[in-house]
Design a protein around this ligand. Structure first.
Ligand SMILES: Cc1cc2nc3c(=O)[nH]c(=O)nc-3n(C[C@H](O)[C@H](O)[C@H](O)COP(=O)(O)O)c2cc1C
Length: 183
C-alpha cells in the first residue's frame, strides 16, 4: 500500500511514530510540520531525522512543489496523525498552504481515503463544525480516544491500540490490539 502520513502539531506524536513502525512493509511518504517537529521532540525526545529513517520517503512541509502535492501522484490513503485543530480548520476551509494541507485537499478532490486523527479537549463548536464538514465531505474523523475495554496496562498499550485502529481504517489487516471477545 502507498500511504501518505502527515504529522502536524497536535498532541499524539508517539502514535505517529508507532504507526510508522507498523507500516514497515508499505511505501510511506512522511511529512512533519514545524509544529509537529516541536511536539515530536517534546513527547518522544525524537528529532525528525530519527523518524525519517522509518519512512520510505520524507518531505519538507513547506515545499509545496514535492511530487505528493499533485493529484497525479496516486496513493491509497492519507493519514494525518495527529491532526491539529489548525490543520483541521485549514483542510475544512480548503486552504492548502503547506504540503500536509495540500495532500489532504488532493485526497478530498480525488475522492481518496483521508483519515484525520485530531486531538483536543474540550472541542470548540468551531472544531466540531469543522469535523462535521469534513466528515460530510468524505474524510474519516478518528480522534485520539483510547478505549479501556481491553484493560490497557501502559501508555504504550494505549498508543498501540490507537495505531491499530488507524490501521483498521486504512484497511490493513492486523492483530496488534486484542479485539472485543476475540481470543
Ligand atoms: C506541546 C504542544 C502540544 C500541542 N497540542 C495540541 C493539541 O493536542 N491539539 C491541537 O490542536 N493543537 C495542539 N498544539 C498547538 C499546535 O501545535 C499549533 O496550533 C500549531 O500551529 C499547529 O500547526 P500545524 O497544524 O501546521 O502543525 C500543541 C502545541 C504544543 C507546543
Amino acid at each position: 500500500m502507498r500511504v501518505v502520513i502527515g504529522v502536524s502539531g497536535g498532541s499524539g506524536a508517539p502514535i505517529a511514530v508507532k504507526l510508522l513502525g507498523y507500516l514497515k512493509d508499505h511505501e510511506t511518504h512522511l511529512v512533519i510540520s514545524d509544529s509537529g517537529k516541536k511536539v515530536l521532540l517534546q513527547e518522544t525526545g525524537l528529532k525528525p531525522e530519527d523518524v525519517y529513517t522509518s519512512a520510505t520517503y520524507h518531505y519538507d512541509d513547506s515545499d509545496i512543489s514535492e511530487r505528493i502535492s499533485s493529484g497525479s501522484f496516486i496513493f491509497d490513503v492519507c493519514v494525518i496523525v495527529p491532526c491539529s485543530m489548525s490543520s483541521l480548520a485549514k483542510i475544512s476551509a480548503g486552504i492548502s498552504d503547506s504540503l500536509i494541507t495540500r495532500v489532504a485537499a488532493v485526497s478530498l478532490k480525488e475522492r481518496r481515503k483521508l483519515i484525520l486523527v485530531p486531538r483536543e479537549t474540550p472541542l470548540s463548536t468551531i472544531a466540531l463544525e469543522n469535523m462535521l464538514h469534513l466528515s460530510r465531505n468524505g474524510a474519516i474523523i478518528a480522534p485520539i480516544m483510547p478505549g479501556f475495554y481491553n484493560n490497557p496496562k501502559s501508555v504504550d498499550d494505549i498508543v498501540s491500540f490507537t495505531a491499530s485502529r488507524i490501521m483498521d481504517l486504512m484497511g490493513i489487516p492486523n492483530d496488534i490490539s486484542k479485539r472485543w471477545r476475540e481470543d
